[in-house]
Design a protein around this ligand. Sequence first.
Ligand code: ARG
Length: 828
Amino acid sequence: MDGHLKVNRCWKAHFEKMGKEKSKKAAAKAPKEEVPPPPKPLVTFHLCGTDELQICGVLAAFNLLVSSLPSPAPFAIVPLKAEQVIAAMGSRAPKNCGVMMTDSLGRGTPLFGLKQCLSGLAPPLPSQVESSNVSQWMGWCESVLVPAVNKPDKLLEKAASTLSSHLSTTPTGRISDRRSLTIADIYAITTLMPIIPTFKPLTDPSALTSFLSTVPQSPLFSKTFSDSGRFITEKAPSDGLLSTLRGIFSSALYSTFPEAPELGISIMVTQTKDPKNGEYQCNNAMELFKKLPKPNAFKAPRDVALALTSEISHPLIEKLDVAGPGFINITLSTTFLTDKLKNLVVSGDPRPAKPKTAPKKVVVDFSSPNIAKDMHVGHLRSTIIGESVCRILEYTHHPTDRVNHVGDWGTQFGMLIQYLLESFPKIAEGDMTGVDIKDLTAFYKAAKIKFDEDEVFKKVAQQNVVKLQGGDEACRKIWQLLCDISRAEFEKVYKRLGVDVKECGESFYNEMIPGVIEELTAMNLVVPDGGAKCIFVPEYRIPLMVQKSDGGFGYDSTDMAAISYRLRELKAGQVVYITDFTQGDHFMMIFDAAKRAGWWNATSHKITHIGFGTVCGEDGKRFKTRSGDTVRLVDLLDESVRRMEESLLERNKEGKGSIPEGEIRSTAEKIGYGAIKYFDLSRNPTSNYIFSYDAMLDTRGNTGVYLMFAKARLGSIINKAREAGVDVADLEKAGGLELDLGHVTERSLAIEILKFPDVIENVLEALAPHKVCEYLYNMSLVATSFVTECRIMENGVPNKSRLLLCSIAGNVMQACFHLLSIECPDRI
Ligand code: ARG
């Protein structure tokens, strides 16, 4: 410790000298040797932020400052990966700490905010400054900090004496009263303070303004900005209940127990099952008690819990109780809940706000059926999951490229072309008379039989593949015809399912493949193997084959070219592939090879394969028709709608339904398709499932149909109120309404609604539609018990607060249906 003090004194001497020669003239005249040689940096500041402009602005300003100082600068600034700090601090980090500093000595916690660092220097920052942006901070610098540091001597002395007295009484180097400054703070003060006046423009507030405006134009700033990917996270924290609570508790944890990160402790907050134990609970006290270095002031985990709670005061929290051995039970504040809900009413839309920095593009490769073959139930999964994944990304403001990587270039075309030529000989001259292949599947089957049985046919067919890929015009024409027929069939399915995907099939990459192979060969990634060209991937027995021994290109070649194109031409920051799980190894090898080629790395890109499980029949085996054929997707959709139509007509006959005859078909389509989608999306994609119309069309339980009923029920209440003269839309517009959460079901519904941002954050992270389903189902249960237990119409007069709750819940449910691409009928 003494050593550090000496170094500090040495700096003090250095700056005192510098201070005396402050004026430019004097500085110019002063012989260089008179200034004591500057020692090594005293402190390394780790700077971290999550807002690109904010962190870049501050970092660039610091860098400019450093570059204007005699070399070496007394402090070094190292950008810290935001993830590291977030991991240590929970979600509070990015939002409330515009700039965070930790010291290079590893002391203290990431909680050193700018506020702490500078609080010995000047009047405290206004409380909002720590969560403010760089311009607010700069404004504070200009109006408060700079005038204060213009009288540096006293402050310097004060800081130095605080430091020495603390160092002499605190052997660990940590200042015992955790509310006061830490060593890093003192270092910051003693180093920063004398420096600031030596930086000429900073001594003059008006020059400061111009300095600040020149920062963004400086090359240093652009460099910092372009480097920013390394230390900035794009993830903004949600303001959901759970995230907020985690933030509050994390910050209390780190200020009460600064050693928590070193002990590997991070805050766990969960929702409780029984409201007797509060609404949420934090259970870290027991673990903390066990891990805290002994001796310490705590006799039992309860004391730890009490110490933690004594640090907490936040408008979200009504009450904290320490129960049992040290559980912290959290009761939320009703005022806070109602205020949050009112905000939702005013904005009318639960969608998260646009992040300040636009997220990078995401390429989603989904659906991707094969030309001339039917779309089967496996493609159904890819199509449904893919559409939902795209909606999740777009809802959270990510630009997406929805790519249909259709199989339009495989070896099957050789035999199809040959079979067509033989069946319709005039086709080669462009005469299409009599060509009728609406049923491509039957045509494909016939060609395949011939291919397997007739050696001569097989040979010619194989030559056709080479001709096609080499650009032979006749082959291309026939190929185009086949693609057009298939495309029209695929489009019909997409239209029925409300799916939007742009075709960019295997053939698109054909021209790029030779260049890609050449590049990979130059990197020594490609190895000749029995006449073929292969990329070996550690831990996989079979290599990727980028060129076959006959010179042809296959599935692997195309995918290498495709990933290169997506990362380097389309500049995607994230690529998602959605296929059945059996292709997992193929993609792992493609990702690995692309990484070794330097086309992506894990810090700047995210590449995922969502591999889904098999759809099985009632017998638990792969879903087949009675005759053993694969099930055609269109037949499956037809059957679901047919059954739903039948059941709606039945309900009408029994007097239970209210759908006019003319709307039965369109309603049955919405429910039928929605039920299939929900059945698929509601489980973890990796699991297999048994396809069952009875299960998916059930009106009870966790099914799409039940959820649509629950939503329609809210809608019909709103309609009734309108008929009684109260239009909820008018209430929402008028504002200024009181919301009453007195009944337990009202309160539970409010909490469920306010969980939405947490859910979205989770769903986006994992690209997991099943988590949307989980939430939607819970919401339906809570909303149903609310409308069952709370009368919304009392003697024909609607209760306005309850009506508003119905409306907000309905909006949040609607947002979930949208994410699942389920169109919900207004009436059932
Ligand atoms: N056409 C393939 C199939 O039906 C799926 C393609 C997936 N995408 C890709 N880039 N390989 O299995």
